[in-house]
Design a protein around this ligand. Structure first.
Ligand code: PRX
Length: 651
């Protein structure tokens, strides 16, 4: 549902031209020179031959064990990239650097919330990954087995992912802010054989007890045979002998060498659960080689990644942004990245600017919600710090309103850093619509589909339209494209490929302007974007209904100044249960427990009924219109039109 506050985007007329530094020296320009391509328009044109384009990209960025026979095989909606090749992403992300001049280059600069710092070189990473990979093997984890990872933002999170990928196991990372119940549900779905977690981690000066949550989750997840626990805070934990192993103990005597499994280029790398329109999150499947080239090329071009850069993607690895642009792409490019464990306002509201100054960060990639949060803290905080090392900024996860864009541009980028507003999804694996540093920018627009990719706006009849709101679609496959939904091929075909034949439906309402720039306005389906986090309306509804006092619930998103959207829930209580402030709090806490704090409703309203269709589908659109004081439209087809008025009488 597009938010009203987003409509201002459509009137944005300002254009920011790229500076000469970028026009002359970017990675994309170098690529054009090497391929004798003269203008940027020629590059986009040439890349319309996407099979050729991605083949060239792979030549430059990937090392296969055995070469591929074909760049792509497209049997809509199923795709294979680099068919016939033997490959493993860990070779490109770790092994090859550890055997090169980058051996002693810092891969990860880690700063914990209390201020502890660790720097890991590519060689350190190589050794740590190998040791953990050997430990996993010792526990009987084999190629194709699933491993759940429930870790905070510490270097062990990428290490755990890479160790799994190294032996051909499939990792499924669950955001450490998700509850034990949410973690359990994901482990049940992917039938994880082992889980990697830690004792606890720091958040705003407090310890979050991840091992306790893990214990709670896996008592009902029988497939999980072992738990590896990293000691982060030294907190006491409960222990189950023969099931639980300390990371430092199990890896202690392991060899520093572990052969990297030579996989089929299309073997799965990970499952990442994301929200859709049903109450059950879907396990999005990504595979090795296509994903590797798609993430690496887009990072190299969009953020113009050079060996000297100190890059900071301030997302969490628990989401796709972190998978692609904290772990895999930067490592494939041999970059130096910052990983920060804690909260942005701890101990003060300038923690980020302090980090940028101390490490000389050159690239910052974050979300519009974070930018709006910093706006709220005020511009005096960044002013206290020397941010002159920054040369590029990025935004992701939700539409960025022009006011936030301008604040970011002025106060953080000092009007010299272009802002890369990157549109993409868990499903796309990497940026799809995004500027390059040489693209003229309009605040609030992610500009155009990158070379080698193709986007359109379709009306309901499947015709490409300009200057009108419509459905964002991608018209041919791309290398990081999802390979399906785990155990649910029908849902994959139905969700993404059935509305328009052989064309990918992104689920976003979008408009394309006269210059061909895309203006993403928000989700078209029943998915919320809360602080850039993706949460299904029906997931929150299911969580509410799982409380014994709740009969029914309807959840809508409302525009929110800081978070983009907020969660408002309408709740019908079971017979005889009376609404109360205590119950409101109980239900809020219940959702927190079921899903995690990020899904906590901002408002809970008690009603006697919610509007439904005759087939029993809750009419969220009507509820939202009523709640927002807008025209509710024709309600005569509803099974209970009088319930619309009940929304107005909510207590
Ligand atoms: O609605 C779009 C929004 O985030 C959705 C994808 O969410 P998720 O799979 O969690 O991945 C987020 C990080 C890649 C999209 O369908 N979205 C993402 N980036 C942008 C955006 N909306 C507007 N502008 C963006 N740059």
């Amino acid at each position: 549902m597009p938010s009203e506050n987003i409509s201002v985007l459509l009137d944005e007329k300002r254009v920011f031209k790229p500076s000469k530094e970028f026009v002359d020296q970017t990675n994309v320009k170098q690529w054009m020179d090497e391929h004798k391509i003269k203008t940027i328009d020629d590059l986009y044109k040439k890349a319309e031959n996407w099979e050729w384009f991605w083949g060239e990209a792979a030549k430059e960025l990937l090392e296969f064990y055995t070469p591929y026979k074909k760049v792509v095989e497209w049997n809509a909606p199923w795709v294979k990239w680099f068919v016939g090749a033997k490959y493993n992403i860990v070779h490109d992300a770790v092994d090859k650097h550890a055997k090169s001049w980058r051996k002693n280059k810092v891969a990860i600069i880690f700063e914990g919330e209390p201020g502890d710092v660790r720097k890991l070189t590519y060689n350190d990473l190589y050794i740590e990954v190998n040791k953990l990979a050997n430990a996993l093997k010792k526990l009987g984890v084999n190629k194709g087995d699933r491993v759940g990872i429930y870790l905070p933002m510490i270097p062990e999170l990428p290490i755990a992912m890479l160790a799994c990928a190294k032996i051909g196991a499939i990792h499924s990372v669950v955001f450490s802010g998700f509850s034990a119940v949410a973690f359990r549900d994901r482990m049940l779905d992917c039938e994880a054989k082992a889980v990697i977690t830690c004792d606890s981690f720091w958040r705003r000066g407090k310890k979050v007890p991840l091992k306790t949550q893990t214990d709670e989750a896996i008592k009902d997840a029988p497939s999980v045979k072992n738990v590896i626990v990293y000691k982060r805070t030294n907190d006491p934990v409960n222990w189950t002998n023969n099931r639980d192993f300390w990371w430092h103990e199990i890896t202690k005597d392991m060899s520093k060498e572990c052969p990297t499994e030579q996989l089929d280029a299309n073997d799965p790398l990970y499952f990442l659960y994301t929200s859709g329109t049903t109450g059950k999150p879907k396990g999005i499947i990504h595979a090795h080689a296509g994903y590797a080239v798609g993430t690496a090329l887009t990072l190299k071009w969009v953020f113009d990644m050079k060996d000297e850069d100190i890059y900071w993607c301030a997302a969490d690895v628990g989401w796709v942004t972190g998978h692609s642009y904290i772990v895999y792409a930067p490592l494939i490019l041999g970059a130096t990245s910052i990983i920060y464990e804690g909260a942005p306002d701890w101990p003060q509201q300038d923690r980020w600017w302090d980090i940028i100054e101390r490490y000389g960060a050159t690239i910052l990639y974050t979300s519009p919600t974070s930018v709006r949060l910093f706006m709220r803290f005020g511009e005096d905080w960044p002013k206290k710090h020397d941010l002159s090392s920054l040369r590029l900024l990025g935004s992701v996860g939700e539409p960025i309103n022009p006011e936030a864009w301008m604040w970011y541009y002025r106060n953080i980028g000092h009007e010299k850093c272009p802002i890369m507003d990157t549109w993409w999804q868990t499903e796309t694996g990497h940026f799809v619509i995004s500027p390059l540093p040489i693209t003229p920018l309009k605040p609030g627009s992610a500009t155009k589909a990158l070379p080698g990719m193709s986007a359109e706006v379709y009306n309901e009849e499947g015709k490409a339209v300009q200057n009108a709101g419509g459905n964002l679609v991608l018209t041919h496959p791309w290398p990081g494209m999802l390979r399906g939904i785990y155990k649910n091929p029908d849902r994959y075909e139905q969700t993404y490929w059935s509305r328009f034949k052989n064309v990918y439906l992104a689920g976003d309402v979008t408009r394309k302007d006269d210059d061909g720039y895309f203006w993403i306005q928000g989700r078209a389906d029943d998915v919320l974007k809360i602080s850039g986090h993706r949460i299904g309306n029906s997931e929150v509804e299911s969580a509410l209904v799982s409380h014994p006092m709740v009969a029914e619930s309807a959840v809508i998103g409302k525009p929110h100044e800081l978070k983009g959207e907020s969660i408002t829930a309408y709740v019908v209580l079971k017979k005889g249960i009376q609404p109360s402030e205590d119950l409101r709090k109980t239900l809020t806490d219940h959702v927190s427990k079921e899903l995690g704090k990020i899904a906590k409703p901002d408002e809970i309203w008690f009603v006697s009924d919610v509007p439904k269709t005759r087939s029993g589908k809750i009419m969220r659109r009507v509820i939202r219109a009523k709640a927002m004081g807008q025209d509710v439209g024709d309600t005569s087809t509803l099974a209970n039109p009088e319930a619309v008025d009940e929304i107005g009488k909510a207590v």
